[in-house]
Structures are given as structure tokens and as C-alpha cells.
Unconditional design. Structure first.
Length: 250
């Protein structure tokens, strides 16, 4: 009983860490509300800021990519209960993001700044839409599975847990990775782009483009032909215009 309660509390802690990390990241990139934004902090040599920031982004990329691989999960669950594997991944990813936000060095040189009021509002709206697409997409495929809560709850109840099956709900019929599309939109849609924000957006986007290749490789191995067919029909990031004949038939 004690272990089941501890696992449930651990899962709740990991989920709280994720909520704190994602909420702070939104404010961080907007330079609003949070104590430290992407353009805040002690100034220093640009080369040092680039080196530190790139290193912090690299720490997150390595942690997130390695721990997401099936071979690592098989090895890792030899030492920790399978029920908390996802929560551990979520917690360590959130801590890596926290480290990045805490130690980020600003690069305040202006890349662009939009002065037109309506265009600024439009860009902030698109940014908010990106975050919205991201959050909605997690719920479409199982938000509480994705962040480890259902796994620890099943352990607490002593019931079996099964991974959600392969589905293509709503946004997943338009693009294969709507969560990542949401991230990319949110990273780039800003009326005020500094060199530091540009570094963050470019590096994070590059990581996404590489990371989804590894993810899809794993999905092809685990799901086989159903995923191959899905990949043939649905584009990775950019929605595909339907042919005129297909629209008429629909």
C-alpha cells in the first residue's frame, strides 16, 4: 500500500513539475509575467551566451531523446517500476527545462520588432493558438497517459494498465505531429524577436525536426504497416491541400 501511495504522489509531483515548466516557458518566451524572460538576466560576451545557451538546449535534447527511446525504457525499467517510468521521464524533462530557463543567458540584439498595433495583436494571437494546438493535441491522444498519471493511478488501484492504441483523432488526421506544430508556431510567432529568442526558436525547431525522425522510426518498428499507411496519407507538419476531385467527392 505504501509503495502504491508513494508512486501516486510521485506521479502527481512529476505532473506538477511539467505544469510549472510549460507555464513558465510561455511567460519566458513572451517576456511577460514571470520573473525572468528570454531577454532578461546579466549581460556578458555574446560568444559566452551562445555557448551556455546551446549547452543548456543540448542537455535537454539529449535527456529527452535518450529517455524516450524504447531500448532505454527496457533498460530503465529493470531498476524502477514500470508504472513510474513515464513520470520519471516527465520529471527529468521538466527539470532540464527548469535548468535551461534558470541559467539562460540573454542575447538582446533586435532581430525584428513589429510596431503596428493590430499586427502585434495578430502575432500574439497566433502564438496563443500555437500553445492551444499543443495542449489540445495532448488530450486528443491521452493527456494523462502522456504525462504518466494514468500509469501511477493504475498501480495505486492495482489494476492493469495498457498503452493507448494507435488512433488518428481530429488534428492527427491533418498532420502527424500536431504537438510539435504547436511548439513551432508558439516559438516563432512573436512581435519582438531578439537574438536570444531566435537562438531558442531555431535550436528547438531543429531538435524537433530531428527528434520526430527518431520517434517515427520507433513507431514504424512497433506499429508496422498501419503506421506506414498513416505516414503515406498524412503529412508530418504542413497540412496537405486536398485535390479538387477529392473535395467534390467528399
Amino acid at each position: 500500500m505504501t509503495r502504491r501511495i508513494l508512486a501516486l504522489g510521485y506521479g502527481g509531483l512529476a505532473y506538477a513539475a511539467f505544469l510549472a515548466a510549460i507555464t513558465y516557458t510561455i511567460g519566458f518566451l513572451a517576456n511577460a509575467v514571470v520573473p525572468k524572460g528570454v531577454d532578461d538576466g546579466a549581460s556578458g560576451p555574446a560568444w559566452l551566451a551562445v555557448a551556455v545557451d546551446a549547452g543548456l538546449l543540448g542537455v535537454f535534447a539529449v535527456q529527452h531523446s535518450v529517455m524516450a527511446r524504447p531500448w532505454f525504457k527496457r533498460w530503465w525499467t529493470r531498476y524502477i517500476p514500470a508504472a513510474v517510468e513515464r513520470s520519471t521521464f516527465v520529471l527529468l524533462s521538466s527539470l532540464a527545462v527548469g535548468l535551461l530557463l534558470w541559467q539562460w543567458r540573454p542575447l538582446t540584439a533586435e532581430v525584428w520588432s513589429v510596431g503596428t498595433p493590430w499586427l502585434r495583436v495578430l502575432l500574439w494571437t497566433v502564438c496563443g493558438l500555437g500553445w492551444g494546438v499543443l495542449v489540445l493535441s495532448t488530450f486528443l491522444i491521452g493527456h494523462f497517459d502522456l504525462f504518466g498519471l494514468r500509469q501511477v493511478l493504475a498501480r495505486a488501484r492495482e489494476t492493469g494498465y495498457a498503452e493507448p492504441g494507435f488512433r488518428q483523432p481530429m488534428l492527427y488526421r491533418i498532420v502527424r505531429h500536431p504537438i510539435m506544430v504547436g511548439f513551432i508556431i508558439a516559438f516563432w510567432a512573436t512581435p519582438d524577436m531578439s537574438a536570444g529568442h531566435l537562438l531558442f526558436a531555431a535550436a528547438a525547431t531543429g531538435y524537433i525536426l530531428i527528434g520526430v525522425r527518431f520517434e517515427e522510426h520507433d513507431l514504424r518498428k512497433s506499429l508496422g504497416e498501419p503506421y506506414e499507411e498513416y505516414a503515406r496519407q498524412v503529412p508530418r507538419f504542413i497540412p496537405r491541400a486536398r485535390p479538387v476531385s477529392e473535395r467534390v467527392e467528399a
